[in-house]
Design a protein. Sequence first.
Length: 283
Amino acid sequence: MRNNKIRWRRILTTGAASGLLLAASAANAEGPNLLDNGFNVSLGTFIVNQNTEVRLDGTTAGEVLPGSPVDWEKTFGDGDTTRFRLDGYWRFAERHKVRMMWFNSSRDDSKTIDTEIVWQGETFPVNAKVKGESKFNIVELAYEYAFMRRDNFELTGTAGVHYTDLSLTLSGQALDGEGGTRQVKEEGSVGAPLPVFGGRALWRMGGDFWLDASLQWFALSIDEYDGSIWDAKIDAIWQPSKWVGLGLGYNRFKVDVGVNTDKFDGDLNWEYSGPRIFYTVHF
């Protein structure tokens, strides 16, 4: 109980200090016009509801061994998790922007499984202790054109590409085919490049408060990839000066792909959604 009180006291003290800093910055600087600024960078973290459903096939004695569908969060829980999202853009002309995004999420945990898991040709039996590790990196590069501009509003169309880099690993005691078990570690990884198209709206609600909303989507079936991607985001931003800004928003991102490569043969349905808080600068 004492530790909780100390923790909350530190949080409130830090929040109060941050508020005083922001107020001082706002008093000494006029908020920028985000419709005209050349560069923007924002960095934040998530309170994420994440859903990962994956199947990884393998081969045994030259025959394809279908993998078990694994609900990652239900099987392994949250464990140790890190995540962040970095956004930025360069407005190189009045109606033209180049935008980038990088999302990172990694987690690992160990559980005693209550259902047999077949993973890349290996079988983890019931009651085996298995460690699950997941690493996601999503990078976007996109071009935006503002086909509607007003003094306090901008509506843009966007075209770009998302690159999803995924690594999923299971390690633990697996059946050895002779009535016993052996320690194994099997990783499946895939890089899935998926183009996206969408739109974005930026609106000055009044004073230094802005609303930024976007939606992107695409479906693709080519070579070893067959899937879809969509990304929806809405943010409220307070930007009292170009170097000081805070944002609170909600983001939902979903990737659904079937992949047939040497390193990953199976299906992936991955989704995250939840609120995020971020710090932003414009210059």
